[in-house]
Design a protein around this ligand. Structure first.
Ligand code: MRU
Length: 358
């Protein structure tokens, strides 16, 4: 394991959901999402290996946020390799890029950002690569926030009347470069007076819903209540919820949506209860190279994440657990995919391909 170089405490940085990823004084600062909401603490990273570990260990999580983090991590790698070898840095970075891209397997934004930085590296002439790479990383970061704001407006415009909504996991500012995908839509819809209340699934086992989504929404003064995933059917049965709004880690060429485990359950319930199902994701989440959701690698994490809660073991000794952390929602259960390029209703292969050439 590569140790984190240093930990910076929140005393000198005011933690804000829209500032989960910061570049400051040639260092990458990540708001440690494992500790929220109890502690608001940033980790300061100075190497690519430490950034890759921060991704694997869930310091930073959420598909677009992994892409933004990876882009800055490439800058850290370039600085280190160029200082050690001004002529051979490009070749020596190959392993850094592979390590980064493999830090988590499901969210395609991670590989997408590494590929984008790799393409730029291939075009650079001699001299220090850091300024050009930093410029590109900051551009990826800015573009992500702009995409989220565009999706917020497009998604909110689809909500026809004031309603409560259900969301799952955290697809907010913390999971992106800022503003959020699903929570971006909810933020925009809230500003337009279209949201009565948000029901946030707690999202076992990492509790992204109760720890992160509720923290973020409360920060914005948006009415939020936490519920267990198991309560979603009861919630829909009681009425007053017109939409489920979620993000995605990867969308296949046919419109199948991979997102946090439990999303598929919600989509099935939503169809049964005539509740509409919206997925908000930037086009960097769409993977036309993968034909269907069945081909997307689903990350399996340590069983201890399920067997333990709050650091203490809940299951009897000797019991094992199954811990897939994403699932596949078939395109036919999705009413609309909202991207920065527009909304795709009843997604299929043809519509997804058309969207990507816009
Ligand atoms: O395991 P995580 O917390 O990285 O999973 C995150 C999700 O599943 C999000 O819903 C998804 O990345 C969309 S984030 C805008």
């Amino acid at each position: 394991m590569v140790p984190f170089e240093m930990e910076v405490f929140a005393s000198d940085i005011h933690a804000h959901p829209d500032a989960a990823i910061l570049w400051r004084d040639e260092r990458l600062l990540l708001l440690d999402q494992r500790l929220l909401p109890a502690e608001e603490r940033y980790l300061e990273l100075t190497s690519c290996a430490a950034a890759a570990r921060a991704i694997t260990d869930m310091v930073v999580r959420g598909a677009p946020a992994l892409g933004v983090t990876a882009a800055y991590a490439v800058v850290l790698a370039a600085r280190q390799r160029y200082a050690a070898s001004p002529h051979g840095w490009r070749g020596e970075m190959a392993g850094d890029l592979d390590l980064l891209a493999a830090a988590r397997p499901t969210a395609v934004n991670l590989g997408w950002a590494v590929a984008r930085m790799r393409s730029l590296i291939a075009t650079l002439d001699g001299g220090d690569p850091v300024p050009a790479l930093l410029w590109e990383a900051e551009r990826i970061h800015r573009e992500d926030v702009a995409s989220n704001r565009a999706m917020g407006a497009i998604g909110a415009a689809l909500i026809e009347r004031k309603t409560s909504v259900i969301t799952h996991c955290n697809a907010g500012a913390l999971a992106t470069g800022g503003y959020g995908t699903a929570l971006g839509v909810i933020r925009s819809a809230w500003s337009a007076g279209l949201i009565e209340q948000v029901f946030a699934d707690e999202t076992r086992p990492w509790l992204q819903g109760s720890r992160l989504t509720a923290w973020e929404l409360a920060h914005d003064g948006i009415a939020v209540r936490i519920m267990t995933e198991g309560a979603a059917g009861r919630r829909m049965q009681q009425g007053g919820v017109d939409w489920v709004i979620v993000g995605s880690d990867r969308i296949a060429a046919n419109g199948d949506v991979v997102n946090k485990i439990g999303t598929y359950n919600l989509a099935v319930l939503a169809r049964h209860h005539d509740v509409r199902f919206m997925v908000a994701a930037p086009t960097s989440t769409i993977d036309l190279a993968t034909a269907t959701g069945a081909e997307i690698p689903i990350e399996q994490r340590d069983p201890s994440e399920v067997l333990c809660c709050g650091g203490s073991r809940q299951a009897a000794a000797g019991i094992d657990a199954w811990n897939p952390v994403f699932d596949v929602t078939p395109a036919e259960l999705v009413d609309v995919i909202v991207t920065e390029k527009g909304a795709v209703r009843s997604p299929n292969r043809k519509k997804m391909a058309e969207l990507m050439v816009k």
